[in-house]
Design a protein around this ligand. Structure first.
Ligand code: GDP
Ligand code: MN
Length: 389
């Protein structure tokens, strides 16, 4: 799960990582008030969306007065911001973060993430901060240092010295950096993060290290342990279908094709998508209804797929192990009866109570096609989606 910059900066404050003073605002008047409270004459107005690269897209603006801050906020709020990290539709700007302007001397890149290969948390740091780190990695990889932390030994001063050397810090700033690294490391473990990224971490003209930007991703599987973090979810920033699916505990990922796939188990879902591709089609989604599913979940899953305007055919591929095929069939029939079915559906069931399930589908009179194996089912779904069967 992602959170907004203003939420990440609050967590940074809780863990002794310095950030500029600021306040969140949901309308122009609040933004103007917040700017006035900050006293200084200039402030920065930052669109709050779950994506980076806002600066280049007009989502980060330096305001010379509280009035101008209000004006920038009014311009941003209610729009959708498109950056090179979003899709073409962009993400809705429902709030802005108003913060005191910083005088920047240097911009650094600093992140902490899990490196699966070395099975360690690693700090990634670069003196080439403030820009697209992927571009730095591609063009000048020598400008990036990676510092792994042993899980038993934990963070040590020598980690800080390696990163400080990469930044070219003086003695005074080195001490500040150590505090920041400790804060990041503690925060990562305490809240089960999957990534913390500060780009840029700046040195101000008066020699202070400050996190100017803040991005945190969390491990979804640990959210149940952190109700405070879970409460920070902003569904408006997520794919509407994926968010709806989450409510029903369904694993749904939007893809670009036109064949809706309902499958149980991630492995079977992958195999199904491979088969659709092999037959010349393209999946519209990855939908895993899970192992221990029930009629209602199947119904919701099916409705979710049918409500996708780009879907031209649906392929259901279920292996009834724990879940029984007649339960799946009942869910499909309940969904089809509720929705107005206008597109072809191919169902391949296998496993416990498969005959009952198939009989229910064929006797329903709803024109559902059944198939005996995945090969046949995928081929038929691809043909039906192209309108040739
Ligand atoms: P992002 O584009 O979404 O990553 O947003 P950032 O928070 O990183 O801001 C983008 C850029 O705006 C930064 O790299 C800075 O160069 C600039 N910027 C942000 N805040 C300030 C500020 O207070 N003072 C100055 N001078 N520049 C700022
Ligand atoms: Mn940034």
């Amino acid at each position: 799960m992602n959170i907004h910059e203003y939420q990440a900066k609050q967590l940074f404050t809780d863990f002794s990582i310095p950030v500029p003073r600021g306040a969140v605002a949901a309308n122009a008047a609040e933004a103007q008030d917040a700017a006035r409270q900050l006293a200084g004459s200039t402030c920065v107005v930052k669109a709050q969306i779950h994506a980076g690269a806002r600066g280049k897209a007009g989502g980060v603006k330096l305001a010379r007065s509280p009035e101008q801050a209000g004006q920038f906020a009014a311009d941003m709020l209610g729009t959708r911001l498109v950056t090179h990290q979003t899709d073409a539709a962009g993400l809705p700007v429902n709030s802005v973060w108003i913060e005191e302007a910083s005088a920047i001397k240097s911009e650094f890149y600093l992140s902490l993430l899990l490196d699966r290969e070395s099975e360690r948390l690693i700090f990634v740091a670069s003196a080439a901060g403030g820009m697209d780190i992927e571009a730095v990695a591609a063009q000048t990889p020598e400008k990036i240092v990676k510092v792994p932390v042993h899980p038993a030994a934990g963070l040590q001063p020598y980690h800080g010295r390696q990163i400080g050397a990469a930044f070219g810090l003086g003695k005074e700033q080195q001490g500040q950096l150590q505090t920041i690294l400790e804060g990041i490391y503690r925060l990562f473990l305490a809240k089960d993060c999957s990534q913390i990224e500060i780009n840029p971490l700046i040195e101000t003209a008066d020699g202070r290290l400050v996190a100017l930007d803040a991005k945190i991703n969390f491990d979804d599987n640990a959210l149940a342990l952190h109700p405070d973090i879970a409460a920070m979810r902003d569904a408006s920033q997520e794919d509407a279908k994926e968010a709806e699916a989450k409510q029903f505990d369904l694993n749904y990922v939007t893809l670009g094709g036109n064949i809706g796939c309902m499958v149980n188990g991630a492995g079977l879902a992958m195999a199904t998508m491979d088969m659709v591709k092999l037959k010349g089609g393209a999946p519209a989604n990855f939908l895993d209804v899970g192992g221990g599913t029930n009629k209602d979940k199947v119904k919701e899953a099916f409705k979710l797929i049918l409500s996708d305007g780009t879907v031209k055919a649906v392929l259901v591929n279920i292996f009834g192990g724990i879940v029984k095929c007649d339960v799946i069939a009942a869910g499909i029939l309940a969904a089809v009866e509720e929705m107005h079915l206008t597109i072809p559906v191919v169902v391949r069931l296998e496993g416990t109570n498969v005959e009952q399930g198939k009989t229910m589908l064929s006797q329903s009179g709803l024109g559902l096609a059944t198939a005996d194996d995945l090969n046949q089912a995928a081929e038929l779904a691809v043909k039906l989606a192209e309108g040739v069967a």
